[in-house]
Design a protein around this ligand. Structure first.
Ligand SMILES: NC(=O)c1ccc[n+]([C@@H]2O[C@H](COP(=O)([O-])OP(=O)(O)OC[C@H]3O[C@@H](n4cnc5c(N)ncnc54)[C@H](OP(=O)(O)O)[C@@H]3O)[C@@H](O)[C@H]2O)c1
Length: 328
């Protein structure tokens, strides 16, 4: 019998082998292999593991691997855990379900800051108009627009929200930030809690969403709240599609209250071919690509946490531990 610690990998829509190769190199002495749905019915297959590394695993994986007391932690290959926490997790002998640990930046912060700053720059500097003019062979200047007229609000001041807020500050934007608990971030005016949301929105012309999707944040960006943005508002959604009420966003774009939106995430992904967002002249759609999971950085972070646990660290000391009661 093999007594080395075992890591099982389960990620949908991904070729497992390149990930296994990196994990094996990071965790010498461990058994690292992939879970397959057809293992479930194979009595000879190994069904238990010490650690799981997952992205969007099926319920069958949880039912098989998380029902063993051997499992010490599940590592998510992303920052958002909404899909993961909504699965059915067994609680063994009354003990709390297995700890979930999400990525803690792992190269996502810089990508997110790049994406948001390009969206803000493109809008404020009217680079979409400049590009259209250049395609017509027009050498035409536009009246400079002032940064001071485009205060930016960042919803969510966690790992990614703070990175984005500081990047925007480096371009001298006025930045407002909102989170559940109040924060202090140099150069950023911060707000905490639901009562502070609408007052904060009314001070912003550009809105960046970097909240986790939870029962409290689903449908948060509806007509009432988006209407609070200054006239000519611009919405950048890089968190989850279900934060935004699609019809309300379209109605406010059509009424002229909002000037545009750059959307990276959608209620249904891929975005259905007949969805109104695709053809809306004020919306730019990108395919959930603002911040990708980087294989080497992510697996190095996860392997380091596994080694810490193997050396006796308390799982509560690991950055990225998910609080299931909050949902993020
Ligand atoms: N599009 C992409 O490619 C992509 C990539 C990665 C991540 N994401 C999304 O980005 C999200 C944020 O990631 P992260 O790593 O920055 O998460 P995080 O570190 O957990 O930060 C979440 C932030 O949201 C705040 N928050 C949560 N619930 C709230 C509520 N009800 N009211 C007000 N504020 C609330 C938290 O407040 P407290 O600080 O007070 O707890 C925290 O500041 C992820 O959940 C994921 O959905 C998208």
């Amino acid at each position: 019998m093999n007594s080395s610690p075992r890591v099982v990998f389960c990620a949908t829509h991904t070729q497992a082998e390149p990930w296994l190769e990196v994990l094996r190199a990071q965790l010498p002495g461990f058994t690292v292999d992939a879970w397959h749905a057809d293992h479930a019915a194979d009595p000879a297959a190994e069904h238990t593991a010490d650690y799981a590394v997952v992205w969007a695993p099926p319920q069958a994986f949880i039912d098989q691997v998380a029902t063993s007391e051997r499992l010490k932690a599940v590592f998510n290959l992303g920052a958002g855990v909404d899909a993961l926490v909504s699965l059915r997790w067994p609680s063994l002998k009354g003990a709390p379900p297995v700890p979930l640990i999400r990525l803690d930046d792992a190269g996502m912060g810089t990508q997110m800051a790049e994406y948001v700053c390009q969206a803000v720059t493109r809008h404020v500097r009217e680079l979409d108009v400049v590009e259209a003019q250049s395609r017509q062979g027009q050498w035409a200047f536009r009246k400079p627009r002032l940064r001071a007229d485009f205060p930016v609000g960042v919803l969510g001041l966690g790992v990614l929200g703070q990175r984005v807020a500081l990047a925007l500050r480096s371009f001298e934007y006025t930045v407002h930030g909102w989170s559940r608990s109040a924060k202090q971030i140099e150069g950023v005016t911060t707000y905490g809690g639901m009562d502070a949301l609408e007052p904060m929105l009314s001070k912003c012309r550009i809105l960046v969403n970097l909240l986790p999707l939870t029962d409290q944040t689903q449908d948060l960006l509806n007509k009432q709240r988006l209407s609070k943005l200054m006239p000519g508002g611009y919405v950048i959604n890089v968190a989850r599609g279900a934060h935004v009420v699609d019809e309300d966003l379209v109605a406010l774009l059509d009424s002229g209250h909002l000037a545009g939106a750059m959307l990276d995430v959608f209620r249904q992904e891929p975005l259905p071919a007949d969805h109104a967002f695709w053809k809306h002249p004020k919306i730019v759609v990108t395919p959930h690509t603002s911040s990708r999971t980087l294989r080497n950085e992510s697996l190095a972070q996860i392997a380091q946490k596994i080694l810490r646990l193997e050396h006796g660290a308390d799982v509560r000391s690991l950055p990225g531990l998910v609080d299931r009661s909050r949902g993020y």
